[in-house]
Design a protein. Structure first.
Length: 384
């Protein structure tokens, strides 16, 4: 009687490619069987962009926990094809972050950022599992540290030049290091509009936690800064920056607080390549070397042109998150819908007029001699 090892039935391979294929196959099978899974964009980019195995698997795992995916979440500044000119979300891998504002100001992902769990921030739209996603840039373990950022091509939608009302910027971010880099503060965003840098914007965080905003409009710089320790590491912030042409007024709102600002003496240190007018997120513009890159997470970025967001609107944006705890048992939530309700007032009885008619009484006899008599009745209708 011959003998054999049961291991010969299906021997586990140590080949890296086979292990990779098996791991992906398992995750993809799980992914396709979940009805509520988010629709993935640019699926091929997950692999073609050179992401490592852990990142690919993690991406599928994170997306498999999503709920309410058939109904997107929109804050009060939702895409309106008018004021919101760019809206990027840090929830996708690949070469491009799609602009969901409707103005096609798509962001190019440069380097090798990683998608990560955005906890503790919670959009409030998932029943369990991962509550938010973010992209991590310039992690110390990356081969492309200080070479990772988002670049949005120049557009009039993004420019300080030509404003008649004002502009608003929104970033939801978490910074992981405040230390200066090559003598430069960590840069959240920068854009110049022309070769002579007549119009520009730069926002950065100093090592002491000061947030500095510099807007250059028609050759004049308006520079403001917050108090020290306003920004700390490993904290998720909702940051609004508004610039009102009338009076050249800058406001900074952090987590729904209108911060007290002082005049800043900071030197902008704009990018050195004055031929590139793209908007850069988490670094200064091109030609700046490796100084001023931000090591941290990006959740959302928005630009509202010709719209100065008010403190009330900032508050709406900050608190308008779906929270399942606020929905009573047995009730449902309908998204993207609102209605105005009022209690109707009944008209006075004297305003009604009546109309009446009476049916006659009659007798019917069947063919076999049985008689039926119909009773007379009166019907009355009222018209207001």
């Amino acid at each position: 009687m011959s003998q054999f090892s049961i291991r010969n039935i299906r021997e586990i391979s140590n080949d890296p490619l086979t292990k990779f294929t098996n791991q992906i196959a398992k995750k993809l099978a799980k992914f396709t069987n979940k009805q509520e899974t988010d629709k993935l964009e640019n699926k091929e980019d997950i692999y073609s962009n050179g992401q490592d195995i852990d990142t690919v698997v993690k991406f599928h795992s994170l997306n498999s926990t999503k709920s309410f995916t058939s109904t997107p979440y929109y804050p009060p500044t939702e895409p309106d094809l008018d004021k919101v000119r760019v809206w990027l979300r840090g929830d996708n891998l690949g070469n491009t972050l799609n602009d969901i504002s409707g103005f096609d100001n798509h962001g190019t992902l440069v380097g090798d950022p990683l998608i990560t769990d955005g906890a503790p921030f919670d959009y409030g739209i998932n029943t369990g599992g991962v509550k938010s996603l973010a992209l991590t840039f310039n992690r110390p373990t990356s081969d492309l540290e200080n070479a990772e950022y988002i670049k949005i091509p120049d557009s009039s939608d993004l420019q300080i030049a030509g404003l008649s009302t004002g502009i608003s910027y929104f970033l939801r971010f978490r910074i992981k290091s405040l230390s200066t880099q090559g003598g430069q503060a960590r840069t959240l965003l920068e854009k110049i509009d022309d070769t002579l840098i007549v119009d520009a914007v730069i926002v950065k965080v100093q090592s002491d936690g000061k947030l500095i905003v510099i807007i250059k409009d028609s050759g004049t710089e308006y520079k403001k800064e917050t108090a020290t320790s306003t920004i700390t590491t490993n904290t998720v912030y909702d940051l609004w920056i508004t610039y009102d042409i009338s009076g050249n007024i800058i406001h900074v709102y952090i987590n729904n607080v209108d911060k007290t600002l002082s005049d800043s003496s900071d030197t902008p240190n704009y990018q050195t390549d004055v031929s590139d007018y793209s908007l850069n997120i988490f670094r200064r513009g091109p030609g700046s070397g490796t100084a001023g890159y931000t090591y941290g997470d990006l959740y959302d970025f928005e630009v509202l042109r010709e719209k100065v967001v008010s403190s009330t609107e900032v508050g709406y944006h900050y608190v308008n998150k779906w929270t399942l705890a606020n929905i009573a048992f047995g009730q449902v939530m309908i998204s993207n819908h609102w209605s105005a309700y009022s209690t109707p007032t009944s008209p006075a009885s004297s305003s009604f007029s009546s109309t009446s008619f009476t049916t006659p009484s009659f007798t019917t006899t069947t063919s076999i001699g049985i008689s039926y008599t119909s009773t007379s009745y009166t019907s009355t209708s009222y018209t207001a």
